[in-house]
Design a binder for this molecule. Sequence first.
Ligand SMILES: Nc1ncnc2c1ncn2[C@@H]1O[C@H](COP(=O)(O)OP(=O)(O)OP(=O)(O)O)[C@@H](O)[C@H]1O
Length: 274
Amino acid sequence: MIELEHVNFAYEDQPILKDISIKLGEEGQNVIGLIGQNGSGKSTMFLNLVGILQPTSGAIRIDGNTYQYDKKSLNELRQKVGIVFQDSEQQLFYSIVKDDVAFALHNLGLPEDEIVRRVREVLTQLDILQLKDRPIQYLSGGQKKRVAIAGILALHSEWLLLDEPTAGLDPDGTRRMIDLIEGLSKNGQKILISSHDMDFMYEIGDYFYLLQKGEIVRQGTSETVFADDEILKQCCLDQPWLMQLHQKLGLPLYSSKAQLFTDEQLITRLATLK
Ligand SMILES: Nc1ncnc2c1ncn2[C@@H]1O[C@H](COP(=O)(O)OP(=O)(O)OP(=O)(O)O)[C@@H](O)[C@H]1O
């Protein structure tokens, strides 16, 4: 679990994160959403969680141990908490897929056969084994994101932080990202996602934090956070369409588009309107 205790962060004199005290990854929370409009502080919070930025005051703990910022502690932290940036291209350093995924494993000093095993394992898991010898520059945006994710999962990181994972993806890419996250979550991977794509977040998350101007103004399950249209409007966010169908048309609250379109009772009721 990652705990933030009265965390404040400022860029020079500009306060960005304000007195944040939360516990990420409690029982039953594998996929956690950090939602908020542009500039609310989501990326800044992520950079604090991976130790690239250090809180101005307050503390962050992982599994009970307070973050330390010396080189050795940061190296240990990076094995536990990995981040995929919105522009994942900036974190791919090698020209060939398998070399990039192996990069951090070489840094750890793992034996060559273990590196080869882990690279193959993670590329298979992410369904990109066929890309292993391909130059990264010729991959699509969605494929590059998968390579960046592979580099983190190869480390067996406890936490995967995804900053705007659907930015720049087409509907098919977004669907594949949802399937990927669901698959990882079923295997027990802890994932923290930042996004302002509310439909995507609604479908994928177990628990949510709503960030407004650097403050957590609401937290809870999708029913709690997305039911309050007023607070979402104040944060310049749209209510997920499945929640709108529920609140405005009185339909059951479906957890996904697939669940809605396979509801036989609803389909029968709608057929009588024809
Ligand atoms: N390096 C920096 N120096 C000074 N201010 C910064 C820096 N990076 C971000 N900011 C400011 O901090 C605030 C929060 O930015 P941040 O990128 O954390 O928000 P965000 O919620 O991730 O936004 P987005 O959804 O657009 O990515 C913004 O006002 C931004 O201009």
